[in-house]
Design a binder for this molecule. Structure first.
Ligand SMILES: NC(=O)c1ccc[n+]([C@@H]2O[C@H](COP(=O)([O-])OP(=O)(O)OC[C@H]3O[C@@H](n4cnc5c(N)ncnc54)[C@H](O)[C@@H]3O)[C@@H](O)[C@H]2O)c1
Ligand SMILES: O=c1ccn([C@@H]2O[C@H](COP(=O)(O)OP(=O)(O)O[C@H]3O[C@H](CO)[C@H](O)[C@H](O)[C@H]3O)[C@@H](O)[C@H]2O)c(=O)[nH]1
Length: 331
């Protein structure tokens, strides 16, 4: 039987395909390559270029490959873009997810994992944030993901489909063996941008806000290594296959690092003291997002392997170096 990975040419999806192949699973990737890369797809995975909203194509792929589980990463991910183009985000993240869920039901696929986000909590009043915390997204991105969670909840009540929604906190790092990493040139994530500054690909790094109610005045985030996250998904598939009930898991380590602590780590690991400017707050950044991470450990027996900021940074830096070498070779 085969796992269908939508968005498997993207950052997190490509690591999921590695984890599935490492576990000996058959995989078919469906990706429209809007932000992903064909070269990022594992050579042993089947690849279909197409849209996860194309129900006819999905039915064909599910039947031809004998798909018995869907892991749904495909989507649009930039929070400020979702504020500027809400309908585009509701189309790509919500409407197309509906088509994928419908194809799963129509073709009798019994298991479904969904990439959700800590953005569903909005400006959380508590820290750490547990799964039962109020859901009140402050961006169309967060709302588009929460609506998909709700569609899954209601569909699983009406049909023989079981699902797990995984709410990721801040995903970072790269495959320890150097097989994949975050490759998008438009990435805005702190660790990615800081490694680019360390390698001289950016002149400096801006710190967005130093007046937050946190110990050093900068935002706290829970950074989770992408390979630990991928392994959590493999365990979630096993959980559903063993008869586990539909549920939601926070994905984080339960510890927050400030922006300044992350920058120090990148400087320490790279040995480069790049320029850092303190600038005003960026719109929409909550002061602290730290996962209450007990449920996933207890239910899945998930034990992170890379719960160490310097390790996450070292892997991200190694991948950034390999991207630079790839670019040089292409010139
Ligand atoms: N990166 C993070 O920190 C983070 C945090 C929380 C949640 N997530 C979620 O994880 C998932 C993967 O994120 P990522 O960081 O790997 O992003 P990414 O942009 O690298 O990957 C998304 C992939 O989906 C593909 N895609 C987009 N729309 C598609 C469509 N309609 N049909 C088929 N393919 C399509 C893209 O080409 C790309 O390969 C997303 O759903 C995102 O919302 C990411
Ligand atoms: O150049 C930068 C980039 C980021 N930051 C700061 O670093 C922190 C982390 O920012 P990221 O952009 O790396 O990540 P976010 O916390 O904004 O968001 C990420 O995690 C969220 C959940 O926690 C959502 O899932 C979202 O999709 C995903 O991009 C924030 O305080 C941000 O202001 C800077 O100071 N300078």
């Amino acid at each position: 039987m085969t796992v269908l990975v939508t968005g498997g040419a993207g950052y997190i999806g490509s690591h999921m395909v590695l984890a599935l192949r490492d576990a000996g699973r058959e995989v078919v990737v469906l990706d429209n390559l809007s932000t992903g890369f064909r070269w990022a797809v594992h050579p042993e995975a089947a690849f279909v270029e197409g849209d996860c909203g194309d129900e006819a194509l999905l039915g064909k792929v599910i039947r031809e490959h004998g798909v018995d589980a869907i892991v749904h990463f495909a989507g649009s991910i930039v929070v400020p873009d979702s504020v500027a183009d809400p309908l585009g985000y509701y189309l790509n993240n919500t409407v197309r997810s509906r088509a994928l869920i419908a194809a799963a039901v129509a073709n009798g696929v019994p298991r479904f994992l969904f990439s959700s986000t800590a953005a569903v909590y909005g400006d959380a009043k508590e820290s750490p944030i547990i799964e039962a915390a109020p859901l009140d997204p402050v961006s169309p991105y967060g709302t588009s993901k929460l609506m998909t969670e709700m569609m899954l909840r209601d569909t699983a009540r009406a049909h023989p489909l079981k699902y797990v929604a995984l709410r990721y906190f801040n995903v970072a790092g790269a495959d320890p063996a150097g097989r994949s990493g975050q490759s998008s040139p438009r990435a805005t994530h702190l660790i990615k941008v800081a490694t680019q500054a360390a390698l001289g690909e950016r002149t400096h790094l801006d710190v967005f806000g130093t007046d937050y109610p946190t110990p050093d005045g900068t935002c706290l985030r829970d950074y989770i290594h992408v390979s630990d996250l991928a392994r959590a998904h493999v365990l979630a598939l096993d959980y559903l296959a063993a008869g586990g009930e539909s549920t939601v898991f926070n994905c984080g380590y339960g510890r927050g690092y400030s922006v300044l602590e992350v920058i120090e780590a990148v400087k320490r690991v790279s040995g480069v003291d790049f320029p850092v400017n303190h600038v005003p707050r960026r719109a929409g950044d909550p002061a602290a997002l730290v996962a209450g991470a007990g449920r996933i450990r207890e239910t899945l027996g998930w034990k992170p392997e890379f719960d160490h900021l310097d390790t996450i940074v070292a892997h991200a830096l190694a991948w950034e170096r390999s991207l630079a070498a790839r670019r040089q070779a292409a010139e």
